[in-house]
Every structure is written in structure tokens, then in C-alpha cells.
Design a protein around this ligand. Structure first.
Ligand code: T1G
Length: 679
């Protein structure tokens, strides 16, 4: 069995790509295709060919692992040119995902038949590149420019029925895909009908521009999106062969870019992060019924994810009104998401049947895993865990959703600390993919595996970490935010720090984020930790001064910034500046201008240094896990790959120099990370 299995049925050559795990178009697959096409062309008894994928996927794209190496013959465009020039018609049978080069392979066929479960897409822009084997030229010849720009410019995936509606597919077969494809070869596809020979269906220019603007907005104006739009537009203006060359040149240029390397890094890092280290990997426990304790915002968000993943859900809250409201909200959201096509009506119906509202502890005894999502206070959580210990069945996994509290202190409230772990969801819990799975000192590997397994079944990105203050994400983000406060004292205003970091690519700067999450929350945290703070450590008292003036951020319409009808002022007001200037003066600092470059370097170096410390302490299992957390939970720009990937790009000398600068700014209490752990 090679990577391409051949069989003949009814005078048709069935060519099945069998290259687990996703039938990626590696060099061996491309060479196999060339051989098969030569046999098809040369055998007079064969009337045509059918391309299929083994298992439940057609082709997941070009082999991304080959991108860092020189292209090897035959290239995919060469294979597709031979396919399209083959004197016999070829039908693609899409038995699953046909993505990137996989869809381009299908587009070079004479017809495309799919199972209802198939999905199609050209997601190259999510990797910082554009389709490099004719996708920008063949797709618009089936869909028109606007639809092609929408699909290629956003990297979206289409279900089979929508792909049929847009003209990408010729038919949908309920089953027996090979039979359906063969029937097409005896019927509508009995003669060659290459897509490249077709003309682009006309689109109103306004529709094309609207699609382009929407794609640029979705793609945050990144270079690959703009290049994809320009390539697609050429389909209607430039001869096919010439436009194909332009596409290939743009693809190769982008593939060599740092942005594409960063996006490939995070693509593979996310797939590695969800795997526990070998030493901890165990068969996870049976998970069928999940209980969520607390029907507040987080609890309800977690509950929605649990329901949509197909689990039985027990939602417990002793506040009957809150519980009823949360229950009604869940039913409403399930309906809304089904109406919006985000979930099927049948799965929404099943989810409704699996929702159990409870307000007595005795009702959680059937739960395999229980997630506590109550008020972020240690004594409140410890009381909940005492109840869980009393009422949960033996071997139930007991999880706390705490962001900052010590898992071991919570576990100590039970007689079964081995069954306790942290599951740190991010708000909004049914939207954010990141889930920190926190191992307590006594958490057993099978409990940890259950946490990771739950994360995967919730379609999230579970990343394992050890139980240290702030876990991975909050630990790094706190260090970054603290250093940004140092920069206020050194001479920058909040808007200058925010603008510099938003220019780097952060979704929002740290002071805008603090206003959004509420300065009073940070204030309460700081007061709770003040006793442990060494008076010699540099501490910037600006946030406290703002809170003492009831400036809590968006919730009070004024914080670092003032807000008018929800709109944030571009500049901070004189009160804030006077507080900051007073802090500088009290510390004896002559304020100076900080350039956006200095702000970015110091902020990123702080993240890199804290990442090195996390690795040295064993809190994070892999350096790339840190990138996965910061990109998926803290707005770190995905096209920069994460703080560790960024640090690697700086090199040793710059990192050493950067760590000196942030150490000097911090003074007492600075701990220098080991650069080697990052490189
Ligand atoms: N190349 C190499 N490895 C790949 C791969 C690919 N295209 N896609 C997935 N893998 C690996 C992945 O790293 C993981 O490895 C395993 O397969 C399972 O992946 C010329 C240039 C197809 C929807 O962007 O979206 O074509 O961790 O966990 O959840 O114009 O994989 O097991 O060692 O994601 O079932 C365009 C990327 C490429 C699609 C399956 N294609 N892949 O999801 O499995 S560029 C894509 C996916 C291109 C052309 C251009 C998903 C999937 P490991 P997985 P899954």
C-alpha cells in the first residue's frame, strides 16, 4: 500500500490518496499522482479517473512541514497542469475536508462530487500565504470574483451544501461516492471540461469591492489577505497562464516571510499543546455527565460549551432566581445558535434535553466531572469543595475555574486532592478556545488527562501547566502590565503605551484592557497581595490613586481613559496625567519621551523574560505552549507567533541586552530568565 492506491472499476481508474493523518500533498503523494495520471492517459481501456481520499478526509492541503525547505519536484502546479491536460476526464470525490492544495487539486478536475459531510476551503491566508496552485484563478471561474474573495480572503470553510450552491461542487452524493463519481464519468463528465477554460461569471464591481473590504477587515489588513484579493481579481483581467505565474510568485514570496513562519509555528504549536507530556499521558476517565457549580456569567458560558459538546449538564446554583435565568438563557442561546446555523437544530434539541437545573448538592452525585465557577474568593471556593467532597460520587473529577487562587489550598478542603485540578476558562467561556489545565501537587495523571480530554471535546485548546500564581497567561500578562506601568512613571502616557502595543499587533493595549476588565478588580487583588510585597520592590501607585477617585474604568465611564457613550477618549485627561507625573516625581524620575519602538521592546522583553522563568520553574511544559496561551487568550498577534517565537527572532545578544534594560527599570525583585530556555 503506497500513498496512492489504484483500482479499476467500470473502465474508470480510482486513485485514492492514502497518506495519514490528513492526506497532505507531500512530495511522495505528488509523485504518485503523476504516475497515476500517466497510467490513466496511456491506457486505452480507461475512460476516465476518479480522485478520492482515504479515511474521512479528501486532502488537508499541501504538506505544511515542507514549507521551510526548497520546493521539490514535482510541484503541485506541475501535477495540476498534467491533471488538467490529461486527455481523459477526472472527477474528484470529496469524502471529507478538501482544503488548500486539496481543493486546488479538486478544482483542476473536470467535476467535483462530495459527500454531505465534506467541507471545502482555501485557508492559506491563515498561514500568511495565498493559494499557490491555481486556487485564486480556478475558484473565481466557478463562483465569480466576490465569492472567491470572500472564501480565499478569509480562509473560511464551506459545508458541502453551500459549496454546491456557490458552484464549487457539481453534485452531492448521499453515499457510494466512487459510484456517484463513476456515474458522472458516464454522464455529465464524460468529456473534458477544465475549469481553467471557463470564463469568470460577472459580478457587480460594488459586490467585489464590498467583499474585498470585508476580507481586509477580517484579516486585519495583513499582507496575505491583500495579495489574495489582488490575485483573485486577476482572474477576470489577466490570461490564465500569466495570472497563474503571478499567483505562484506571490505565494513563494509570502511563504518565505517571517509572518508565514510565525503562523506555521503557532499552527503546529497548537496541535502539540493539546498533548500531555508522555510521562503524564494516561487513558482519561469516562466523561458523560458534567456538573457546573455557579450560574453566573462564567458558569453559564461553560455550561453552554458543555451542552453543545453533547454532554449531560447539571447546572447548580443555590440562588433559584439566578439558576432559572441562566437556564432560560441557555435554552435561548441554543435556539439562537441553531437559527444562526452555528449548530444544527437536532443538536440544539438534544442539548435542551440534556440540561438539568439543580439547586441541591445531592443532585450532583451522577457527575463524572464537576467544574466550580463561583466567586473568586478562596474561602467561598473552599466551602464549595467541602460540599463537592461530601456529595460527589467517588472518583469524580473536581475542577476549579479559578484564575489566580492556589489549586492546592482549594484541594485541601477535600479528602480527595488527587481528584482536584484547575480548569481555567477564559471569558466569554463559550467563545474563547483557550483552557489552562492546571495540575495540583497531588493531581493524578488520569485526572489531568480527563481535564485535557474535556478541553478537546469542548473544541477548546487545553494547555497544561503547573500550579503557580497566575499559571501561564496571567503570570506573563501581569509582568507585562507591570512593566507598562513602569513606563508611565518613566515618561509615557497610557495612550502612548497602548498605541505602541496596538501598533505591534495587540488587539488592545494594557491600559485599555484594564479599563475594560475593571480597575477595582486589580485593586482588590493588589490589596490582597500587598502584605507579601517587599517595600523595596518598585510599585507604581497610579491604579490605586485612580480607584480612590472611583475611576474604575469602563464600568464607571472613567478610568485611565474617560468614556463617552462607551467610546474611549483618544487621550487621557489632566487628572490622570497629574497622578502619573506625581508618581514620577515621588520616585525622583525626570520624565522623558519613550518611542513606540522602546515601548514595544521593553514590553515584549518582559514577556520573554517571564516565559524563560516559567520554563525554568517547570510551570509550562513546552516553550511553544506559552505562545499558544498568549495568542489564544491575551490578544498577542497571531502573525507574530507568540512571545517565545518573537524572542527567538531577536537572538541571544538582543535578548541579553533587553533583559538588562527591563532589569534596570524594575530594580529590586527582578529575576533574569535563562535566555537558553527560549532559543
Ligand atoms: N500539512 C502537514 N501536516 C498537517 C496538515 C498539513 N496541511 N494539516 C494537518 N496536519 C497535521 C497536524 O499538524 C497534526 O499533526 C495532524 O495533521 C492532525 O491535524 C498549495 C500551499 C485538515 C481540518 O491550512 O485545518 O495547501 O499533531 O489535529 O482536527 O495552495 O488539520 O498529529 O503530528 O488539525 O482532524 C492549507 C490545515 C495548507 C489545512 C484536520 N491547508 N489543517 O483537522 O486534525 S497550505 C490547511 C487543518 C496549501 C496550497 C497551499 C486540519 C484538518 P500531529 P489536526 P483535525
Amino acid at each position: 500500500m503506497g500513498v496512492l492506491n489504484l483500482a479499476v472499476r467500470d473502465g474508470v481508474l480510482l486513485m485514492t490518496i492514502d497518506h495519514p493523518p490528513v492526506n497532505a500533498l507531500s512530495r511522495t503523494v505528488r509523485a504518485g499522482l503523476m504516475e497515476a495520471l500517466a497510467r490513466l492517459a496511456g491506457d486505452a481501456l480507461l475512460r476516465g479517473g476518479v480522485l478520492l481520499g482515504a479515511d474521512n478526509i479528501f486532502v488537508g492541503g499541501a504538506d505544511i512541514r515542507e514549507f521551510g525547505k526548497p520546493a521539490s519536484a514535482p510541484t503541485l502546479p506541475e501535477v495540476l497542469a498534467v491533471l488538467e491536460a490529461c486527455p481523459k476526464p477526472v472527477v474528484a470525490g470529496l469524502n471529507g475536508a478538501a482544503l488548500g492544495g486539496g481543493l486546488e487539486l479538486a478544482l483542476a478536475c473536470d467535476a467535483r462530487i462530495a459527500l454531505p459531510s465534506a467541507v471545502v476551503g482555501l485557508p492559506e491566508v491563515t498561514l500568511g500565504i495565498i493559494p499557490g496552485a491555481g486556487g485564486t484563478q480556478r475558484l473565481p471561474r466557478l463562483t465569480g470574483l466576490a465569492a472567491a474573495i470572500r472564501l480565499i480572503g478569509t480562509g473560511a470553510k464551506l459545508k458541502a451544501d453551500e459549496a454546491l450552491r456557490q458552484g464549487i461542487l457539481d453534485d452531492i452524493a448521499p453515499d457510494d461516492l466512487p459510484g456517484a463519481a463513476i456515474a458522472w464519468l458516464h454522464g455529465p463528465a464524460s468529456a473534458k471540461r477544465p475549469v481553467s477554460a471557463r470564463t469568470v461569471p460577472a459580478d457587480a464591481p460594488s459586490a467585489v469591492e464590498a467583499a474585498a473590504q470585508a476580507a481586509v477587515k477580517t484579516g486585519k489588513g495583513r499582507p496575505a489577505v491583500r495579495a489574495a484579493i489582488a490575485a483573485v481579481k486577476e482572474a477576470a483581467e489577466v490570461p490564465f497562464a500569466e495570472a497563474l505565474q503571478h499567483e505562484r510568485h506571490a505565494f513563494e514570496t509570502l511563504r518565505a516571510s517571517p509572518e508565514a513562519a510565525a503562523l506555521r509555528h503557532i499552527f503546529f504549536a497548537e496541535r502539540e499543546a493539546v498533548r500531555l507530556p508522555e510521562s503524564l499521558r494516561q487513558k482519561p476517565r469516562q466523561l458523560e455527565t458534567i456538573a457546573v457549580i455557579g450560574a453566573g456569567t462564567m458558569g453559564a458560558g461553560i455550561a453552554l460549551s458543555v451542552l453543545e459538546a453533547g454532554f449531560w449538564l447539571i447546572l447548580l446554583d443555590q440562588n433559584a432566581a439566578l439558576l432559572a435565568a441562566a437556564g432560560a438563557g441557555l435554552l435561548r442561546q441554543l435556539d439562537e445558535r441553531a437559527q444562526a446555523g452555528k449548530i444544527s437544530f437536532s443538536s440544539a434539541e438534544r442539548a435542551r434535553e440534556r440540561l438539568i437545573l439543580a439547586n441541591g448538592w445531592q443532585e450532583i452525585d451522577s457527575a463524572d466531572l464537576i467544574i466550580e465557577a463561583v466567586y473568586e474568593d478562596l474561602s467561598v471556593k473552599q466551602e464549595v469543595f467541602r460540599q463537592l467532597d461530601a456529595y460527589a460520587k467517588p472518583h469524580a473529577v473536581l475542577a476549579t475555574n479559578t484564575s489566580y487562587l492556589d489549586i492546592d489550598q482549594i484541594a485541601a478542603a477535600t479528602s480527595r486532592p488527587r481528584d482536584v485540578l484547575g480548569l481555567h476558562f477564559f471569558s466569554p467561556a463559550h467563545v474563547m478556545k483557550l483552557l489552562e489545565v492546571v495540575q495540583g501537587a497531588q493531581t493524578t495523571p488520569d485526572v489531568l488527562s480527563a481535564g485535557m480530554e474535556l478541553g478537546k471535546r469542548l473544541q477548546k485548546l487545553p494547555v497544561m501547566c503547573e500550579n503557580r500564581f497566575g499559571f501561564i497567561g496571567n503570570r506573563i500578562y501581569n509582568a507585562y502590565r507591570t512593566h507598562c506601568e513602569f513606563m508611565l512613571e518613566d515618561g509615557a502616557w497610557p495612550e502612548q503605551v497602548d498605541e505602541a502595543l496596538e501598533a505591534f499587533g495587540f488587539a488592545m493595549g494594557p491600559f485599555a484592557v484594564m479599563d475594560m476588565s475593571g480597575l477595582d478588580i486589580a485593586w482588590r487583588m493588589r490589596k490582597s497581595r500587598a502584605a507579601g510585597r517587599d517595600p523595596r520592590a518598585r510599585h507604581v501607585p497610579v491604579l490605586e490613586a485612580l480607584c480612590e477617585q472611583d475611576r474604575f474604568g469602563r464600568k464607571s465611564n472613567i478610568g485611565y481613559y474617560s468614556y463617552d457613550g462607551g467610546k474611549r477618549a483618544k487621550e487621557t485627561d489632566q487628572t490622570v496625567r497629574a497622578i502619573i507625573a506625581a508618581a514620577s516625581e515621588k520616585r525622583g524620575i525626570r520624565r522623558r519621551d519613550l518611542s513606540p519602538e522602546e515601548i514595544q521592546r521593553r514590553a515584549l522583553m518582559t514577556m520573554a523574560n517571564e516565559a524563560a522563568l516559567l520554563l525554568a520553574e517547570g510551570v509550562a511544559q513546552r516553550a511553544s505552549d506559552i505562545d499558544v496561551v498568549l495568542v489564544n487568550g491575551y490578544g498577542f498577534p497571531r502573525w507574530m507567533g507568540g512571545p517565545v517565537h518573537w524572542a527567538r527572532g531577536q537572538g541571544r545578544a538582543k535578548l541579553e541586552e533587553g533583559f538588562d534594560i527591563i532589569g534596570e527599570a524594575m530594580g529590586f525583585g527582578f529575576r533574569r530568565g535563562d535566555v537558553d530556555l527560549l532559543l
